[in-house]
Design a protein around this ligand. Structure first.
Ligand SMILES: *Cc1c(COP(=O)(O)O)cnc(C)c1O
Length: 431
């Protein structure tokens, strides 16, 4: 399939070009030229389909012909090598746990899928590609893990010094090989700005092929639509008004859910659950879109002041505010409210949530107040031990470290500090 740039629809790219470039030369995000819904029978028959079959059918139209079917099948099977369980909280709320992958956050699926696509496109190793990525915490680890050892691909990760959790930092700074971590003296938005500037800098782009592994990249973004289908498969026999509450930062995950909806998944509504970085939930109330600098919270992967995928959401709903509002509610919560939610989940339902999942839970509760017949599924986007300090002090108990996390804790951090764009540029030009 071809993808067009959201800055100018006449600028087109194949899937392969879109993956390798990351962002269009005119700096627009890529968007699929068409979306053909899956047949109704696909959803009626979903009980009889495996996760791998669901994923294959759902993403095939977007990647063909650049990825042949047999290769796509292999990429999907390798990508989905862990569980996606639903846990029931109460009659009206369930959670979809997306943290059973190697770095224990939902970004594993997108990162693993993208790494394998890029590895396939680059199998003859003719032109090395450098993946340049800014992380607020979880992207870095998932991308580092997903791309480790992929031939012909180098990964450079920028993360804000002191603003990610210890475990997140270990996950992105200890792998070595083709993975480099740059520790930026600043906040996430500074990292993201530096990455954007590098993509615009011809000194750099003439020197190397840069791509992004943020959800800007279609191969990172689109596979996330699988989650919503997997949840539907598990719940549709029990509930007929399923609504997803998605803890949102750059809005890639929720926007992928909306793509699943475009493919025919019988879902009527989404909830954008935000921390105090609430540009989108404010927009839904005021119709004024006002990006602002991000503020630091305990759900740091959502500390985003200007969500990159919001433009794709607008495209999906034809830039029509009323259509958007029909499909999307937004709520924003403080850290104090998030901690109360973590306590409630633990004390009342014996469920240990990480701060991001807790924001999703709060979004579900807020929506249910107005729509009591819905069944809300909040996405639990990270394992609670990824935010160990906050979780343990909030619910006042200790949480055991899973084996994936134990494995990285003893490794040695290797990161170079940078304080300015010029330092990033020097680093890239020297490599
Ligand atoms: C990245 C991330 C989010 C936000 O996802 P977006 O696709 O950027 O909206 C939420 N929770 C966790 C744990 C994350 O790592």
């Amino acid at each position: 399939m071809n993808f067009y740039s959201l800055n100018n629809k006449s600028n087109k790219a194949t899937f392969k070009e879109a993956v390798i470039k990351g962002i269009a030369p005119d700096k627009g995000l890529y968007f699929p030229e068409s979306i053909t819904p899956l047949p109704k029978s696909f959803f009626e028959n979903i009980d009889n389909l495996s996760y791998s079959e669901i994923a294959f059918e759902a993403i095939k139209q977007f990647v063909e012909p650049d990825i042949p079917e047999s290769i796509l099948q292999q990429i999907i099977d390798e990508t989905l090598s862990f569980e996606f369980p639903i846990v029931t909280i109460n009659d009206h709320i369930s959670t979809l746990e997306l943290f059973h992958g190697p770095t224990m956050a939902f970004k594993d699926v997108g990162a693993r899928f993208m790494a394998r696509c890029l590895g396939y496109f680059n199998q003859n190793n003719e032109n090395e590609v450098t993946v340049l990525v800014a992380t607020s915490g979880d992207t870095g680890g998932a991308v580092a893990n997903g791309f480790l050892g992929v031939p012909g691909v180098n990964v450079v990760i920028l993360y804000p010094s002191g603003k990610v959790s210890d475990i997140q930092e270990k996950q992105l700074t200890t792998l070595g090989q083709n993975i480099t971590a740059l520790e930026v003296d600043g906040v996430f938005d500074d990292c993201q700005d530096m990455v954007k500037q590098a993509f615009l800098d011809t000194d750099i782009t003439n020197h190397m092929q840069l791509t992004s592994a943020n959800s800007i990249n279609v191969a990172r973004w689109l596979p996330q639509l699988f989650y919503f289908m997997f949840a539907y498969k598990q719940l549709h026999n029990q509930y007929d008004n399923i609504v997803f509450s998605v803890p949102s930062g750059n809005f890639g995950n929720i926007c992928a859910g909306m793509m699943a909806q475009q493919l025919g998944l019988p879902i009527n509504h989404f909830i954008a659950s935000n921390n105090e970085n609430n540009v989108v939930s404010s927009y839904l109330n005021s119709q004024e879109y006002m990006p602002k600098p991000s503020v630091q919270t305990i759900s740091n992967a959502m500390d985003v002041g200007n969500p990159s995928n919001f433009i794709r959401i607008q495209e999906i709903y034809n830039h029509d505010f009323d259509t958007l509002k029909k499909n999307l509610s937004g709520f924003s919560f403080t850290d104090a409210e998030t901690r109360e939610a973590m306590k409630e989940l633990y004390n009342k339902y014996n469920y240990i949530a990480d701060p991001h999942g807790a924001v999703g839970y709060l979004g579900s509760k807020a929506y249910l107040k107005q729509n009591p017949s819905a069944h809300c599924v909040f996405l639990e986007t990270a394992h609670p031990t990824k935010f160990l300090d906050v979780v343990e002090e909030t619910i006042n108990t200790t949480v055991a470290l899973p084996k994936q996390i134990q494995a990285v804790m003893n490794r040695e951090k290797k990161a170079s500090k940078i304080g300015s764009y010029q330092e990033l540029k020097n680093y890239l030009l020297m490599s």
